[in-house]
Structures are given as structure tokens and as C-alpha cells.
Design a protein around this ligand. Structure first.
Ligand code: ADP
Ligand code: MG
Length: 234
């Protein structure tokens, strides 16, 4: 696919190979695609197909063996460590299957944490925590700890945490992997809402075709590290 001027994310011939003794695991193998600003892309594929590896490359948590990840016209490989840290904190937000909330902290503290690292002033932080928790309908749970919440509520809290630094891109790795199907729908409705009302570009990894078909604008299918189909025209 050609690089698009309006592309939020460009993945250009990206590979990530792991050397395991004498064998090479081609976790991601020569993958190219673009995601336009405001798109909702589902990255669909079975377990071990390379979805998380690819998402982590886009997140700047890992570096490709070859190829380039370009986000908003910046090649991640050319960023200084400071720029990359800022990119991970401010440009992208991440949501994981296991929620990754800190169990001893309240929801308020969990959601506030990314802003402390981003040096947002205290009054501004309080306002943004409230706004983010309102967006996911958890404004009444400020002082609760993750263990006191259902799985769906914990995922909503982790979504609030991912949004609090106002990222342009949200990367979600199997965000419904630990949830039942009606709770999964609830989370997907929220992702869709955030995508449409805030214009946040979404890349969601899933192995559930139903969710991809029901909620995403586009589906890209991964198999054995390769992109086997890119629903760019869909
Ligand atoms: P998915 O998220 O689609 O389930 P992954 O991206 O986690 O797949 O993994 C893709 C392939 O890369 C798998 O074969 C996995 O075992 C391998 N892999 C992932 N991370 C590592 C690593 N750190 N070292 C070696 N192999 C890895
Ligand atoms: Mg995975």
C-alpha cells in the first residue's frame, strides 16, 4: 500500500525476528500497511501470529529488525530517547488484556499516574482524571481499588488511564480477552465512541472475528507473521 499523506501510522516493510539458538522466529515478517487518521483498524489473527509484536513495534516498546514504523510523519527509529519516551507517553495510549492497573492504588491514583510522568499540574490532573473517568462512566468509583471492581470496570479504568494524556492513537491488545461477550461489547462500544467523538485513531488486536467485523472500519489479518489480508478497500 502506498504511504498516504493523511496516514496516522505507516508500517513499511517491517520485520521483527527473534534468534532462538539456531532457529529464527519470524514473529513479524515484512509487513506493510497504513492507518489513516481517525480510522478504527482491527488486527485479527490466531494466537502466535505476531499481533502483539506488531502492536509493540507501533507503540515504540520494541524496535523492528528491519523496516520502518512512521507515526505522524516521524520515523520512530530516528527519535532521540527523550522523544521516544514522550511519544510513548503522549502520542499513543495502550490498553492490555490484563488491564495492568496497580492494585494498591485507587482508580483516581491509577488514572492520574501517566500525568505525573508527563508533568501536568496538580489542579489540571484532578480535572482530567474526572473527565477521563466520566468518559468511561466510572466517576463514582474514584476511591475504589481495582480489586473492588468487575473485569469490565477494570478495563474501563485502564481505558481512562490510557486516555488521560490525550493521545491521538489508542493501541489495544486483546482488550476483551478476559471478558465475557456482553462485557466485551460494552468495551467495544466505548472504544468506538472514543474513536468517533474524539477522533482517536484505533488499532485493536483481537482473535475474535465477530468483534472485528462488528466494530472496526477495517480488518487486517495476520498469519505466521505475515499480513494475509488488508481490508483497505472494505
Ligand atoms: P500474538 O500476539 O499474535 O499471539 P506474538 O506477537 O505474541 O503473537 O508472537 C508471535 C511469535 O513470536 C510467536 O511465535 C512467539 O512465540 C514469538 N515471540 C514473541 N515474543 C518473543 C520473544 N521475546 N522471544 C522469542 N520469541 C517471541
Ligand atoms: Mg498477543
Amino acid at each position: 500500500m502506498p504511504t498516504d499523506g493523511a496516514a496516522a501510522i505507516g508500517v513499511d516493510r517491517v520485520s521483527r525476528h527473534y534468534t532462538m539458538g539456531a532457529t529464527i522466529v519470524r514473529a513479524v515478517d515484512d509487513v506493510s500497511f497504513t492507518v489513516r487518521q481517525g480510522d478504527f483498524l482491527a488486527l485479527l489473527g490466531s494466537s502466535g501470529s505476531g499481533k502483539s509484536t506488531l502492536l509493540n513495534l507501533i507503540a515504540g516498546l520494541d524496535r523492528p529488525t528491519s523496516g520502518a514504523v512512521i507515526v505522524q510523519s516521524r520515523n520512530l527509529a530516528e527519535m532521540t530517547p527523550l522523544e521516544l519516551a514522550r511519544y510513548r507517553r503522549q502520542t499513543v495510549g495502550m490498553v492490555f488484556q490484563a488491564f495492568n492497573l496497580l492494585p494498591r492504588m485507587t482508580l483516581e491514583e491509577n488514572v492520574e499516574l501517566p500525568m505525573r510522568l508527563a508533568e501536568v499540574s496538580r489542579p489540571e490532573r484532578a480535572a482530567r482524571v474526572r473527565e477521563a473517568l466520566e468518559r468511561v462512566h466510572l466517576e463514582k468509583r474514584l476511591t475504589h481499588r481495582p480489586g473492588e471492581l468487575s473485569g469490565g470496570e477494570q478495563q474501563r479504568a485502564s481505558l481512562a488511564r490510557a486516555l488521560v494524556n490525550r493521545p491521538q492513537i489508542l493501541l489495544a491488545d486483546e482488550p476483551t480477552g478476559n471478558l465475557d461477550s456482553s462485557t466485551s461489547d460494552e468495551i467495544l462500544h466505548l472504544l468506538r465512541e472514543i474513536n468517533q467523538s474524539l477522533g482517536v485513531t484505533m488499532v485493536m488486536v483481537t482473535h475474535e472475528r465477530r468483534l472485528a467485523e462488528q466494530f472496526a472500519d477495517r480488518i487486517a489479518v495476520m498469519s505466521d507473521g505475515k499480513l494475509t489480508s488488508d481490508g483497505a478497500e472494505a
